[in-house]
Design a protein around this ligand. Structure first.
Ligand code: SF4
Length: 93
């Protein structure tokens, strides 16, 4: 069974350095206000946006590249969570 992941952007603290968009352009892009956004993300309030994906091919590569994006963020405002069957989630990074 595919594992499900959630990518979370704490947009309030994004400093607009564009590292995420360079490392993972399939998911991340720079917005006209100077901060990044996730393509197709849902706004969740409190300045956050998130998108769900699974580890099934070809998304395995996407999972890895979003981990790379999170590691590249100088202010740690990108997080990847594993979503459990009961709907709760566990932060990986
Ligand atoms: S790497 Fe972090 S601070 Fe830089 S644009 Fe992306 S989310 Fe914002």
């Amino acid at each position: 069974m595919a594992e499900k992941y959630k990518i979370v952007h704490d947009r309030d603290i994004c400093i607009g350095c564009s590292a995420c968009a360079s490392v993972c352009p399939k998911y991340w892009y720079m917005e006209s206000d100077g901060k990044s956004n996730i393509h197709g993300a849902t706004k969740t309030g409190n300045g956050e946006e998130e998108i769900l994906g699974t580890n099934e091919n070809p998304l395995t590569e996407d999972y890895e590249s979003n981990i790379d994006a999170a590691e590249s963020c100088p202010v740690n405002c990108i997080h990847v969570h594993k979503v459990k069957d009961d709907g709760t989630d566990e932060k990986i990074i």
